[in-house]
Design a protein. Sequence first.
Length: 342
Amino acid sequence: MTRLDKPSGSPPTRSSEPMKLDPKPIALLAAITLLALPLTGSPSTWLNLTLAGIAMGLIIFVIASGLTLVFGLMDVLNFGHGVFIALGAFMATTVLAAMAPWATSPDVLANLAALATACLAGMAIAAAVGLVFERVLVRPVYGQHLKQILITMGGMIIGEELIKASWGAQMIPLPLPDALRGIFLFGDVAVEKFRVLSMLIGITVLIALLLVLNRTKIGLLIRAGVQDREMVEALGYRIKRLFVGVFVAGSALAGLGGVLWGLVQQGVTPQIGAQVNLLLFIVIIIGGLGSTVGCLVGALLVGLVANYVGFLAPKAALFSNIGLMVAILLWRPQGLYPVGAK
């Protein structure tokens, strides 16, 4: 289909977020944070845990944002998202190893350049594989959720085996560049340097997503295409290309998140994507399927609760995320910020 020079009408719109931001989930986030203050024993311990939880939450948001973007705008349940996470992390090990003189240099700018290159390479390979993934596996099953789950899970298993064939089955170290090691110390409060950078990256991704989806013509067309695809195509726009672009962008975000997650873990394994996948689905279910703001709030809740529970009751930390999800769904069965039915 060719695009018309000047479409005579405007495509219908549908916001991917609630028209009015509900303050109750934000209040819940604040309440959990404040409730942890007397339980942790001291303000400095509480602040350390809170900052670490926010950093963890923002890294999870970066990874989950691609998944919620694909579901919210394309109605695709992609259980193969973990492949893109793992690819990003493994590509980072290759790039940082090749740029070891830069990563170990005393020059901060050289360290940041090495990290930026690793992030871009991780995003590029995840985006390229995402393009193939969409064309070969996802495109034939649009609108068929059960088949989407089965075929994308199969794709993740195949992808994991290909990663083993390429990089091996053992853990590969992924050390931080020298300038990002250590902490910033403010009295009794210690904040890891890399976590500060992770928070900045997470906030940047959030702002970019909200601006693109709600303030640009591309975002308008994508959201309109979800609501009424035939109308948008009748106006001369190639909606298929836009949807492919959304899937590729979601894959690239997963690759970026994989780099950040691997650096936090200081090593990567072929199973890293599958291990994170469950956490991602907990986050987007808590936040509301397809909601970008809900994904952010859900990721922050998961990060904070995991840190607080891990400190107060380490044995219960493994079940904290499931317990949080159950509690949220008992309160709001559709998640904190449910998106209107498509």
